[in-house]
Design a protein around this ligand. Structure first.
Ligand code: MRU
Length: 342
């Protein structure tokens, strides 16, 4: 299987690293594939300034909750290597400002602030060199852990899949959205490795087409049977009996299990409930925000009107996420197994 690599840490000699063990004495880059150009063009970007990392996350050049957490963490570490601080205090101040700036790039996926907080908490050093080393180690640990979490989510979720099953997914919660093999798509990849082949229906995912461009592309290049449908076709396809399970990712799960994910997820859950199709959310535990009691308090990103086709005189409303109530979710596929409560 040829699953694409989303992000890595590239050192100055151009060597890519996915796991800890990099020499932090070297200044490095965050290396990402520019997802806005996929599937037409596979262009990799080297990011090394706070503005470049912020822009890449904001413009969805790298996107998906775990991937933006990992990118922000590695981004913070590589930016810190370039700060021209004259004291530890000044360095720490710049670090906190940079983390707050990166954190403000997108509001809904909790993995972003979770990863940045974890990196800041890892800083215990008394010299700038030690601090930079600790930051890079923590960022690469978060990234390496994400690879393992995706595998564990895949192993848990593949028990739900049988050969020939129709699996509907929304947006992109695959390799392009994580450092590993994805969350919602992980069970499909792990099942395929064991010879269990399913038929995936990938919602187009308006307005930015993460399903039609990204999920369809990464599954197709990995040899998985994938069919693109418009978001508005999902209920019809379920009604025709083609879908036996829905699996989606998550950007933030409240303490009561209400789940924010890409806009259009809630209507899928409602349709799945009507047609009695099991509806699963796949996520690592870092996507759960226990400080938020219910979905009502999850911040929903509002994006530019330019993302939606419109004519003069018509207004545009463009929320990027919606919240699926807990009662519409059959279960949560996590690194700790399939859970009915989070
Ligand atoms: O706006 P995006 O493309 O970042 O939205 C992504 C999603 O909604 C994903 O389903 C979610 O982040 C989970 S990714 C494993």
């Amino acid at each position: 299987m040829n699953i694409p690599v989303t992000l890595s840490y590239m050192d100055l000699e151009g060597k890519q690293h996915l796991a800890p063990g990099v020499s932090a004495a070297q200044k490095g880059y965050l290396d990402i594939i520019d997802q806005t150009l996929l599937p037409g063009e596979q262009k990799r970007l080297r990011l090394e300034t706070p503005e470049a990392v912020y822009e890449a996350i904001k413009q969805l050049r790298v996107r998906g909750a775990p991937a933006i957490g990992c990118s922000a963490a590695v981004g913070l570490a590589v930016c810190a290597q370039r700060f021209e601080s004259t004291s530890v205090q000044e360095h720490l101040k710049k670090l906190r400002e940079c983390a707050a700036f990166l954190d403000s790039s997108r509001p809904t996926a909790v993995n972003l602030s979770w990863a940045l907080k974890r990196c800041l908490a890892a800083v215990k050093g008394t010299t700038i060199a030690e601090i930079n080393q600790q930051l890079l180690d923590e960022a690469l640990t978060i990234t390496a852990e994400d690879i393992q979490l995706c595998e564990a989510i895949g192993n848990a979720g593949k028990t739900l899949l049988k050969p020939g099953m129709g699996v509907l997914t929304h947006c992109n919660a695959g390799a392009l959205a994580t450092a590993g093999i994805g969350t919602a798509l992980a069970p499909i990849y792990t099942a395929a490795r064991s010879g269990i082949k399913v038929k995936v229906f990938s919602d187009e995912t308006r307005p930015l087409l993460q399903g039609a461009r990204l999920t369809a592309w990464e599954l197709a290049v990995s040899g998985v049977d994938v069919t693109t449908i418009c978001d508005s076709m999902a209920a019809q396809v379920m009604g025709e009996g083609r879908v036996q399970i829905v699996i989606v990712g998550a950007d933030r799960v409240a303490a009561n299990g209400d789940t924010a994910n890409k806009i259009g997820t809630r209507q899928l859950a409602i349709a799945a409930n009507y047609y009695k199709v099991p509806f699963y959310v796949a996520l690592p535990f870092s996507t759960i925000d226990r400080s938020i009691l219910s979905g009502d308090d999850i911040p929903i990103e509002q994006r530019s009107a330019d993302e939606i086709f419109h004519c003069d005189g018509a207004k545009v409303y463009n929320p990027a996420f919606d919240v699926t109530p807990r009662e519409l979710i059959t279960g949560f596929i996590t690194e700790r197994g399939i859970l009915t409560e989070v």
